[in-house]
Design a protein around this ligand. Structure first.
Ligand code: ADP
Length: 464
């Protein structure tokens, strides 16, 4: 059965509170009961021994049981919770008995010790039976009698009554505390569940395309605030991706339309006989078709972004040779554009890596350097082994990247406005592929640039 977060939390809080409130007071009450019983039975025994001492003193002073003196005692003998005491001589004949005056509801005695050795039936309807105990009375080491005490049961003693009162007050206190605890639990469950519900609403709004719906949602719970921040970042990043995707779609449409329009107009001119299909004119048309297929292969590269970070085929590669080979492949392209390609490659640098992916990453950097550097410029590709990693740099003297664009160039589909206005631009995925490939090796790629002066892209790959 599905429950709301608030109900679930409320339920848990209340269960915890109930368990605590039943277990703790029950423990306290049991402990108190034990301690009070021990204390009151010790005290009772002391009082009874004291009474026996008084009787022994009287016997010692007279040498026999003086009934007149005994009958004056009462108060010295009977201390609460003793209600009755009977003194017997050694042959078991009742000598004297002491009684506490009875209040209503207090213990009643029937047939008080008339018969020899017969215990009196002090029974109080609806209450516990009186407790009987017996102690010997001696004088000069000789047994001169025994005294039998009747006492109120513990539950009717002062301590017992106090405990009873305490327990009943505790029950009220627990009931009251339970009500308070349920109210507090409700408030707490609400305080935690409300922001989570808001976050969930926020996520569903983002799902519907409202990326900045609840930007100022706040929580004073650290983890919740982190969740809100993450969802906000997710929203912003989705918004950026959405923007880039829209831009890409309009770029593709725009870039495809140009060559198509040119091809169409050429072919129509040939068809109408307005244009003679000379070799140069057909070549012009074929060039446009080449441009078109170049763009389509760029679109195909999109899937390479995903593949770049996956399925590494690691092997021990000679990185120096790999980069040398890439540079050699690019050499003719650079010289065709009159851009100097300089190499500063440290020899014999070995690395455990996926050769294909590393080559691809460097190719993208070199092809950008070529694309964004005008004739007469220079590009330097270098490789240097450092203590913990290897560092590959591609530095150019090209158009550079503005500070506002620099943080985004590794995002897929991101192209600076300058590159979009250039005829030679790609689709903005080369650097995303490079980044994915390098990060799959546990490395990093960064860019430094100064607009109008040139850019440097730095790949670092860990040696271990
Ligand atoms: P593209 O295929 O458009 O070159 P990339 O992902 O390789 O896409 O690069 C993203 C953007 O970064 C480019 O559109 C360009 O604006 C900028 N950029 C990349 N490399 C350079 C460079 N060497 N010089 C200037 N701008 C660059």
């Amino acid at each position: 059965m599905k429950r709301s977060l608030r109900t679930q939390m409320l339920f848990q809080y209340v269960v915890i509170v109930i368990i605590c409130m039943l277990v703790i007071p029950a423990g306290i009450s049991k402990l108190l009961d034990r301690q009070f019983r021990l204390y009151s039975s010790d005290r009772l025994l002391e009082d009874q021994k004291e009474a026996v001492r008084v009787l022994e003193d009287i016997y010692s002073s007279y040498g026999y049981w003086n009934k007149t003196t005994l009958s004056e005692l009462r108060g010295d003998i009977l201390r609460w919770p003793m209600v009755h005491a009977a003194l017997y001589d050694p042959s078991g004949v009742l000598t004297v008995e002491f009684r506490r005056p009875m209040r209503q509801g207090a213990p009643r005695g029937q047939g008080m010790m008339n018969d020899r050795n017969q215990s009196p039936a002090f029974v109080r309807p609806g209450r516990g039976e009186l407790v009987m105990s017996e102690l010997p009375v001696s004088s000069d080491g000789r047994l001169v009698g025994k005294v039998r005490f009747l006492c109120l049961p513990f539950n009717d003693s002062r301590e017992g009554l106090f405990l009873k009162k305490f327990n009943s007050h505790m029950k009220y206190a627990i009931g009251f505390m339970l009500i308070i605890a349920v109210i507090i639990s409700f408030v707490m469950a609400n305080a935690i569940s409300r922001p989570i519900l808001n976050v969930s609403k926020m996520a569903s709004l983002i799902g519907k395309g409202r990326y900045r719906a609840e930007e100022d949602l706040k929580s004073n719970i650290t983890e919740l605030q982190q969740l809100i921040d993450s969802i906000n970042r997710l929203g912003l990043s989705l918004e950026e991706q959405e923007e880039l995707r829209k831009r890409l779609m309009s770029d593709i449409a725009h870039e495809l339309r140009n060559p198509l329009t040119i091809i169409k107009s050429h072919l129509e001119a040939f068809e109408d006989g307005v244009w003679e299909p000379t070799k140069e004119r057909v070549k012009l048309t074929v060039d446009e078709i080449d441009r078109l297929s170049g763009m389509i292969s760029e679109v195909e590269k999109l899937t390479s972004i995903e593949n770049a970070g996956r399925g590494l085929v690691l092997g021990s590669i000679n990185l120096s040779n790999e980069i040398e080979r890439v540079a050699m492949t690019f050499e003719p392209l650079f010289s065709a554009k009159s851009v100097e390609l300089k190499r500063e490659i440290e020899e014999g640098v070995m690395l455990a890596a996926d050769g294909d992916k590393i080559r691809r990453a460097v190719e993208n950097l070199l092809s950008n350097a070529l694309r964004y550097t005008d004739s007469g410029g220079m590009t330097t590709v270098s490789l240097e082994k450092q203590e913990r990693d290897v560092c590959i740099k591609v530095k150019d003297t090209g158009i550079g990247i503005s500070d506002s664009d620099l943080p985004y160039v590794f995002e897929r589909f991101y192209r600076t406005d300058k590159s979009r206005t250039r005829s030679s631009g790609g689709l903005g995925i080369g650097l995303a592929i490079t980044k994915a490939a390098v990060e799959a090796h546990g490395g990093s790629v960064t860019a430094e640039s100064s607009e109008g002066k040139g850019s440097t892209f730095i790949i670092r790959l860990p040696l271990a």
